[in-house]
Design a protein around this ligand. Structure first.
Ligand code: X6L
Ligand code: MG
Ligand code: MG
Length: 161
């Protein structure tokens, strides 16, 4: 079954609740198996400074959904969590991105895989490396990419239970 990596981010309260609801929606889909969940990270905002820090996680899934079907489902998660697009790169209840989809690349305006500029973002690369330390992105080892990354601040969180 094809493997894919998803990035989730939230910076509107309750961020932990929003991330966990998104994960539950993925787990509830009959054509998605959530295989790995990274630690949760508090991350400095990138792209637009005047907003709260984010909570970010990365997931590994197996899925029989085609890339565009998976994109639709990510969009439906954002709708169910009432994402509102007011400021570009601004605050959101949830952002659900396809980072990578095994054996598939795409560069069109609806769907770009690998996700644009993901290799420059610590909030993606650090949690991704935690659950997939041996993958390649655009023919580069993730460990090599991470070594050269001088990104935003990021702090791993320890949750109770
Ligand atoms: C120049 C131009 C430098 C654009 C950076 C980077 C824009 C990332 C947007 C950029 C630029 C983004 C999250 C976030 C966003 C998130 C954290 C984006 C889209 N999403 N910051 N900023 N976590 N920490 O999930 O990624 S907006
Ligand atoms: Mg994003
Ligand atoms: Mg997005």
């Amino acid at each position: 079954m094809p493997k894919a990596y998803l990035g989730l981010g939230s910076n509107i309260s309750d961020t932990k609740e929003n991330i966990d609801r998104a994960i539950d929606m993925l787990k509830g889909h009959s054509e998605i198996e959530v295989k790995k969940i990274s630690s949760y990270y508090e991350t400095e905002p990138v792209g637009y400074d005047e907003q709260d820090w984010f909570l970010n996680v990365v997931l590994e899934i197996d899925t029989t959904l085609e890339p565009y079907e998976l994109l639709e489902f990510c969009g439906s998660i954002e709708e169910r969590l009432k994402r509102r697009r007011i400021i570009r790169w601004g605050p959101r209840t949830i952002d659900a991105d396809i980072l990578l989809y095994e054996g598939f690349t795409s560069r069109d305006e609806k769907l770009t895989i690998p996700h644009p500029r993901m290799t420059e973002r610590a909030f993606v690369m650090v949690p991704l490396y935690e659950i997939a330390p041996n993958i390649k992105i655009n023919d580069r080892n993730i460990s090599q990419i991470l070594k050269n990354l001088d990104g935003e601040e990021i702090r791993k969180i320890a949750y109770e239970g």
